[in-house]
Design a protein around this ligand. Structure first.
Ligand code: ATP
Length: 267
């Protein structure tokens, strides 16, 4: 569970980069935060994991107010995969990188081994457990960084452009991981410029424009509102642009697209 209430933040006095931002995300929901470059996404993310404090308003992560929870304790509630996550890697074996976080949480013995084995399998690297993270390809290395956060089982998971640089197989694997986390009741936030990835994985979209929350809609309702996507300044997924190009009602659903296409051809 994540609660952001009326949050305003400025780097310089009198020049807020986020103003009056309010949203709540329940457990088991996947929310994408989208917007133009400079809209305030990374700033919001740093507020959520307690690296910055709001000028006004409040943020509560899994029952912990960011204003009075030290960042290292907050990290137990909110796991962040930063952009360029491979820079978070510092162990000499893939398995040690995955085990590091759970060990810090006090896991030992069978519980630790099972947790690590499960994550290695989920990130597709069970066969590379003993390999040095620098000896696997960039996509796999990124999966190691994602796995090291998953291994902590945070109730809130922030993925900042985690799909960027992944190969096709790894992107599918990440989609499965997101779906599994959702099923486990994790609150998942994606900061993402890839609108096809957002359309495929998010239940809901928050659109930031000039530091304000311009959109808070279910994913399909967001992407099929041309005025809103223009205001937020994002591309629409291929399925929506294809529907529009063919003069069909915009949709993210291949089934609805096919039904509309066939109905028109039969008419
Ligand atoms: N450390 C900083 N000091 C001063 N201004 C900053 C700082 N970091 C970001 N900004 C400014 O705050 C605004 C929001 O930036 P932010 O990085 O949060 O946007 P973003 O949506 O994440 O952009 P991008 O998609 O390019 O990552 C921008 O105007 C940016 O120039």
């Amino acid at each position: 569970m994540l609660t952001v209430d009326d949050v305003t933040f400025a780097y310089a006095p009198g020049a807020p980069v986020l103003s009056d931002v309010t949203f709540h995300v329940p457990p088991g929901q996947v929310v994408a935060i989208v917007g133009r470059n400079g809209a305030g996404k990374s700033t919001l993310l740093r507020l959520l994991n307690g690296l910055y404090q709001p000028e006004s308003g409040a943020i509560v992560v899994n029952g912990n107010a960011t204003s009075d929870t030290p960042v290292h304790l907050l990290a137990r509630s909110i796991g962040t995969v930063f952009q360029a996550p491979e820079q978070q890697i510092f162990n000499a074996k893939v398995i040690d990188e995955i085990a590091f976080g759970p060990k810090q949480l006090g896991l030992t013995g069978k519980a630790l081994d099972e947790r690590v084995a499960d994550v290695l399998q989920r990130i597709g690297l069970a066969g590379e457990a003993e390999t040095h993270p620098l000896d696997i390809d960039a996509s796999a290395r990124r999966m190691v960084a994602i796995g090291s956060v998953l291994a902590m089982q945070p109730p809130v998971l922030l993925l900042d452009e985690a799909q960027r640089g992944l190969d096709k197989v790894a992107i599918d694997r990440l989609a499965t991981i997101i779906a599994d986390e959702k099923a486990r009741g994790t609150t998942v936030l994606l900061v993402c410029h890839d609108m096809d990835f957002v359309a495929r994985n998010a239940d809901r979209v928050l659109g930031l424009a000039k530091g304000r929350l311009a959109a808070d809609r279910p994913t399909e309702a967001f992407f099929t509102d041309a005025a809103l996507t223009a205001e937020v300044g994002v591309e629409v997924p291929d399925m929506v642009s294809l529907s529009a190009a063919l003069g069909l009602a915009p949709t993210l659903s291949p089934e609805r697209f096919a039904a509309a296409w066939m109905a028109r051809n039969e008419a």
